[in-house]
Design a protein around this ligand. Structure first.
Ligand code: BES
Ligand code: MN
Ligand code: ZN
Length: 499
């Protein structure tokens, strides 16, 4: 990760005297009095007129301060219509601020707009956007690049956000920062190449959550064998690196209160196994642990902001490889549930990992609900592209809550169907089920497979194959790995399950 910017909060009365100064401009490029005070010569106002800057959300106008001014640069960032300034808008404004000030080390943001009383939470969301945009994955770059966005910084920036109530902003920022840290942890895990991050290394990163008060338990191969996790172990048997099942418990809620559970697919590399994938683009399969990364990032966020809820995170960590000992097409494995599975395609491995993790979660914790996340199918990308993750669920209330959380965080979900017509497509001649359906509806038959392991527990499956990696760049993410799911699920918990 790049050098993290330091974020501070100051009063609006306290005018910045040096560095880059960013002001916010409402629709029509209107400036607040505080913003005007930052542009005594009027050079920014003039530039805005000449550039026909209209104050549209996330648009900018940028000038070098004139001779004699104490500051170096002046930038106006548009905030759009005052009544549309929601959480996403504020984080986007922060992201744009970070981007335009990328080469500066001393940055001041005047968080004041006409016709909108900027709250402490607005300021915290802006600061969260700054952090998320500042993320780059450059730990393996030894040479400097001219590409501003990817340039390894040699000096961390200090960003001072001037606002109406700095103390309240500082307080609100604690939670926003906890969540940003969770998102960046998830991005780091997904970006990390598989030679550096196998199941054991991933489990070690999870153990580090112990410092935040998360109770961590790591199951080894021997323990999983005792539990009868034949489906997960079948996937792992072709790799020289042994699997792990990591369990994270955050007990921030009332004692004895039934927990909620999040389960992630953690295939550290998916070669496809004996049903090997084509070479082109196979490197992307280092990100096939995006579900596990989101669960880990979420647990970090919840613990760091001391969420008042009891939450379980479980991730199945395996590598899907080819080997003399690898699982073969046609093999029949017995899952922990006792149900048998005919493995017709070793590349449909995610569901084999998740079915044992879901069953274990359900049996061990009797959760209020289970939400699993997985980069499960290419078919979901065909169906939804990269702007919605697929949502499959046996419970309307849970679906609605997830969908609502997706809209406020811009981590959008689209509900897909489940039903007996699809379920029967995975019946097998030789076992209780097979691990692939037919040619059609591949994301749905994968979800049907998972549903056979959740019983009556309210459950949702998020297929994040299109959203967790290779993600389109946004104002708050320029990274190949987006960290999708962390902000969404933090919001789900915050809005519905905290005391
Ligand atoms: N990890 C892949 C799905 C995937 C593909 C994620 C592309 C992200 C980008 C998964 O394990 C897989 O290989 N799925 C197969 C299933 C098929 C064999 C039924 C697929 O989607 O082709
Ligand atoms: Mn696969
Ligand atoms: Zn996979």
């Amino acid at each position: 990760m790049a050098l993290r910017p330091t974020i501070r909060f100051a009063s609006l009365d306290d005018q910045p005297q040096s560095g880059t100064v960013l002001v916010l401009a409402g629709e029509g490029a209107t400036l607040s009095d505080a913003a005007k005070a930052s542009d005594p010569s009027g050079v920014l106002t003039r530039a805005a007129e000449i550039a026909e800057f209209e104050g549209k959300l996330a648009s900018t106008v940028d000038v070098i301060a004139p001779e004699g001014a104490s500051v170096d640069r002046l930038v106006a960032i548009g905030t759009g219509k005052a009544d549309k300034l929601d959480e996403i808008a504020w984080s986007r404004i922060g992201g744009v601020a970070m981007a335009v000030a990328r080469r500066s080390t001393e940055i001041a943001v005047i968080a004041d707009v006409p016709e909108h009383a900027v709250s402490a939470v607005d300021v915290a969301n802006l600061a969260q956007g700054v952090l998320l945009r500042s993320y780059t994955f450059d730990k393996y770059k030894t040479k400097k690049s001219d590409d501003a966005e990817n340039k390894p910084a040699d000096k961390a920036a200090t960003i001072t956000v001037h606002c109406a109530d700095p103390a309240a902003a500082e307080e609100a920022f604690k939670a926003a920062q906890a969540v940003a840290d969770g998102v960046m942890l998830a991005r780091d895990l997904v970006n990390e190449p598989a030679n550096m991050l196998g199941p054991i290394e991933f489990a070690d990163k999870i153990k580090a959550l112990g410092e935040l008060g998360v109770d961590v338990e790591i199951l080894t191969e021997t323990e999983m064998t005792k539990l009868g996790m034949g489906a997960l172990l079948g996937v792992a048997q072709g790799s020289s690196r042994p699997p792990r099942l990591a369990i994270m418990r955050w007990n921030g809620g009332a004692e004895g209160e039934q927990p909620v559970a999040f389960i992630g697919k953690g295939v550290v590399f998916d070669s496809g196994g004996i049903s090997i994938k084509p070479a082109g683009g196979m490197e992307d399969m280092k990100g096939d642990m995006g579900g596990a990364a989101a669960v880990t990032g979420l647990m970090h966020a919840l613990a760091a902001r001391k969420a008042k809820a009891n939450v379980i995170g479980i991730v199945g960590l395996v590598e899907n490889m080819l080997d003399g000992n690898a699982q073969r097409p046609g093999d029949i494995v017995t899952s922990m549930s006792g149900q048998t599975i005919e493995v017709l395609n070793t590349d449909a491995e995610g569901r084999l990992v998740l079915c044992d993790a879901l069953w274990y979660a359900k049996e061990t914790y009797k959760p209020r609900f289970m939400v699993n996340l997985a980069t499960l199918t290419g078919a979901i990308m065909v169906a939804l592209g990269q702007h919605h993750a697929g949502l499959f669920s046996n419970n309307d209330e849970l679906s609605e809550r997830l969908t609502a959380a997706g809209l406020v965080t811009a981590e959008k979900l689209w509900r897909m169907p489940l039903g007996p017509e699809y379920d029967k497509l995975i019946d097998s001649k030789n076992a209780d089920m097979k691990n692939i359906g037919g040619r059609f509806g591949g994301a749905i038959t994968a979800a049907q497979f998972l549903q056979r392991f959740v019983g009556d527990t309210p459950w949702a499956h998020l297929d994040i194959a299109g959203t967790a990696m290779g993600s389109p760049a946004t104002d708050i993410s320029q990274s190949w790995a987006s960290g999708f799911g962390v902000r969404l699920l933090d919001r789900l918990v915050r809005d519905n399950y905290e005391a």
